[in-house]
Ligand binder design. Sequence first.
Ligand code: NAD
Length: 250
Amino acid sequence: MRLQGKVALISGGARGIGAVEAHLFAREGAKVVIGDVLEEEGRKTEAAVNEAGGECIFVRLDVTSEDDWAAAVATTVSRFGKLDVLVNNAGISITGGIEDLTVEDWERTFDINAKGVFLGTKAAIPEMRNAGSGSIINISSGAGIAPAPGTSGAYAASKGAVRIFTKSTAIQYARENIRCNSVHPGPVETPMLRSARGSDTQLDEAVDRVPLGRIGRPEEIAYGVLYLATDESSFVTGSELVIDGGRTAQ
Ligand code: NAD
């Protein structure tokens, strides 16, 4: 029960890594709010977490909307009394070389991956201040440190922005005991990986770049996020947790 008494809001929690984080956080005693644009999948994840004995609610949240964030944080506090942990997990990956990317692709990627993190952070800070502390975990990517061949330039740049925004948040709010760290997954088996690297050849190439020789599992990311959410990481802020099978060490 490493998160007993904590309240967590996870964006993009309907499926993939976010849904696994929701299950793990609930198992560790947290009350969990998942926010996503996917209502049906979000409701299913909510039900699955509750059936497993956790306490979870789904809220409709488009991370690009400041109003949606205000409503999600207000619902969290009215339902569970406070907000201790925010996981800015929602993200998209639009594939394509730089010459193939449209301005719309670039803007959509930055809206969700970078502006979404800014808006979530902005909405959460006042409630964390009220709670006396907080932990914000931003899911960046290995691509935000060193993009692999074939990674979209817009995706990599947006995840690099998340990495630096994390450090900026960390130093601005450290004296209020609000911590902020980024997590940098390598390739992980989720719907996003399947749509970004659809063919078997592309997946094989991704595996070849990972020294551990395989794709990661969502729970291998969620355990890292869990550590940053708990008080076990109370002296960790502004840092980068790389969980990528060694890909960016090469
Ligand atoms: P996923 O596509 O399975 O899940 C992403 C979730 O974000 C979905 O539920 C989706 O509906 C939600 N989302 C998208 N746009 C949204 C919006 N505007 N508002 C609210 N929710 C929105 O992908 P995943 O692999 O679970 O990705 C989770 C995070 O991990 C992302 O930030 C992604 O960039 C990052 N990541 C994934 C991998 C990987 O290989 N899977 C690698 C590195 C980083």
